[in-house]
Design a protein around this ligand. Structure first.
Ligand code: NI
Length: 210
């Protein structure tokens, strides 16, 4: 009898749990539009071209995130995307406005996330702290500087976002990451030149909770 009561009690507790809650073991997959917006002034090229710096331009691609909920309050997120392509323009001096280089990059990022609302909220804001690895490929030496690409980068990623659950499975999301992406130019006249991309990354997506 005692066991039956316990079972009944736990059944009542279980059925009282809101269907929209995130629970440990949930997997959430989101797809949407993602923009990488490098900070202004990514490299000081004044030693090569007086009065100039280099600016990497924004790019927008298809973004994907997958989140594994460890508990109602904690998740682990993986960020992926189709390759970004950034033009690098000269800013100032004799190279003002000229396209100096073009590079593709992928910035896979793993983050630990905290969801303060926990169970029972349709609205799920979160913050995340993560690690970013960025590698560059398909570099083009548009400015004929003899450069041979960019070194890969490891750095921290700070994120925040908000999910709004439409029903038991579907949700919409907006999120942002600040990534520390620092690299160096390889080869040619600019060999070893520090490049700080340190972008803001914006993502608007639709998600599905399994
Ligand atoms: Ni940096």
């Amino acid at each position: 009898m005692k066991m039956l009561k316990t079972l009944l009690a736990s059944a009542v507790v279980f059925s009282a749990m809101p269907a929209l809650a995130y629970e440990g073991g949930d997997i959430i997959v989101k797809a949407g539009v993602i923009t990488v917006a490098p900070k202004d002034g990514n490299a000081d090229s004044s030693a090569l071209v007086p009065g100039s710096e280099l600016d990497a331009q924004n790019d927008t691609q298809l973004g994907l995130t997958a989140i594994y909920m460890v508990s109602p309050n904690f998740g682990v997120e993986l960020l992926a995307a189709t390759p970004f392509e950034h033009e690098v323009e000269g800013d100032g001096g004799a190279i003002d406005g000229a396209t100096i280089a073009t590079s593709k990059q992928l910035p896979p990022t793993v983050s630990a996330q905290y969801y303060p609302m926990g169970e029972g909220s349709k609205l799920q804001p979160y913050v995340g702290l993560g690690l970013n690895y960025t590698f560059f490929f398909d570099e083009k030496d548009d400015g004929n500087l003899g450069t041979n690409g960019l070194e890969p980068s490891w750095g921290m990623a700070y994120s925040a976002g908000i999910d709004y659950q439409l029903d038991e499975h579907w949700l919409v999301n907006a999120s942002v990451w600040k990534m520390d992406i620092d690299t160096k130019i390889k080869g040619g006249a600019a060999d070893g030149l520090d490049v700080e991309i340190d972008p803001l990354v914006y993502f608007v997506s639709a998600g599905y909770k399994f």
